[in-house]
Design a protein around this ligand. Sequence first.
Ligand code: NAD
Length: 406
Amino acid sequence: MPEQVVKQRSRGFICINAHPEGCARNVERQIEVVKSRRAGQTAGPRSALVIGSSTGYGLASRVALAWGFGAKTAGVFFERPPDDRKTASAGYYNTAAFDRFARQDSLYAAHLNGDAFSDEIKHQTTGLIRREMGKVDLVIYSLASPRRTHPKTGETLNSVLKPIGASYSGKTVDFGNGNVTEVTVEPATRDEIAATVAVMGGEDWRMWIDLLLDDNLLAEGARTLAYSYIGPELTWPIYRDGTIGAAKNNLAETARALNKTLQSKIGGNAWVSVNKGVVTQASAAIPVVPLYISLLFRVMKGKNMHEGCIEQMRRLAFDHLAAGATGRRDENDLIRLDDLEMRDDVQSAVRQLWPQVTTENLGELSDIAGFRRDFNQLFGFDVEGIDYDAPVETDVPPLSALAPPA
Ligand code: NAD
C-alpha cells in the first residue's frame, strides 16, 4: 500500500483507525520505562504466554516480562490487519512494533492472532509452545472482550455493563465533548448476568490452564495470573456490584480452584491481581468510570503518584514475579496493585470533587485532558515526536508470517 497521511477518526468512544508510528513509539516508551528499573539484572519468569497481549494491561505485561527478565513470550490477541482501505487496529501495530524491538534485542517473541476463546487458537498455541518454547513458567490472562462464542455450544454470548437488582443513576462524562450528565442504567436480566460471567469470568481461563496442564506444557512451579478491578464505592453499582463485578467474582473463584490444582500437580500458583483504573479501550466503554478516572488522575498526578499500565506491570513483574520477590497478597489472596489508588487520602480527595464536577468546571477539577490524551494515544495519536502530517506506511507484514528469531 502506498504511504498515506493518517488522521484520527473516531466514532463514539471508539477510534476506528490507528497510527503505526504512534503505536510503535508507545511500545518503545513502555520498554524504556521497564529498562529504567533494574531491567536485565533480575531473574524472573523465562518463558511466558500472554493471552490478550496486544493492548492495555496485557501488552504492558508482555513488555515488562520481555525487557524486565529477558523472557521468551508468546502473545495471543484478536486484531485487525491492515487492508487496502483501512489501517490495522492499534493492537496489531503495537504487536508489529513489539516484534521489531524484540528482534533488535534478540528476544524471542511469537504471535497468535485469532479468537482466544476458540479451541482452534488454543490448540495452535499449545502446538507453538511445544515446538518452540518447551514449557512456559507463566501464563497471563488479560482478555477484555465484549463477546465470546462458546467453543462447546457454539452460542455467542454478549457481556453487558449494567447494575444488578436495581437501576442506577449517576454522573458520567462524554469525554469526546466534555458533557457531564446523569445516566440511568437499567438492571441486567438474569441472562445478561450469566452471559457477562461467561465472557469475562474464569471459565475460559480455566480451559486454557487445563489444556496446558493436560499437554504437560507448564513448567514445575508455573504461575498464572488474571486481572481484576475493585475501585471505590462510587463506581460499585456499575462495577463491583454490577455484571462485570459478578464476572470478576467468578474469576476470583476460578483462581482459588486453579491454585489448588496447580499446587498439587506442579507446585504452581494461580492468582488474581487487582490493578488500578487506567485508560484502555475496555475501561473507556464503562459508564461512570471515565469521569472517576479523570478525577483520580488529577488527584494522583497532584500527589506525584500517577501510574499507567506499564508502571503497574513493572511493579507486578519486579515486586511479585521476580525470583525471590516478596510481593504481598491481601487476606483474600489478591495481589493489590491498586494500593495507591485506594489510599484514604486519594479516595477522600476524589470523593470531595465528585459532587462538585460539572460540564463547566470539568477542565479545572478533573484531568479530562490527560484522559483524552491517554485515549488518543491508545490508537497512536497525540504521541509526542510524531509528525501527523507526514505520510506513513500503514502496511506491515502479516504477524503470523513473522518467524521467531532462531
Ligand atoms: P484492553 O481492551 O486494552 O485489552 C484486551 C486484550 O484482549 C487485547 O489484547 C485484545 O486483542 C484481546 N482480546 C479481546 N478479545 C479477544 C479474543 N476473542 N481473542 C483474543 N484476544 C482477545 O483491556 P484492558 O483494560 O487491558 O483489560 C485487560 C484486563 O485487565 C481485564 O481483565 C480488565 O478487567 C483488567 N483491568 C483493567 C483495568 C482498567 O482500568 N483498564 C483495571 C483493572 C483491571
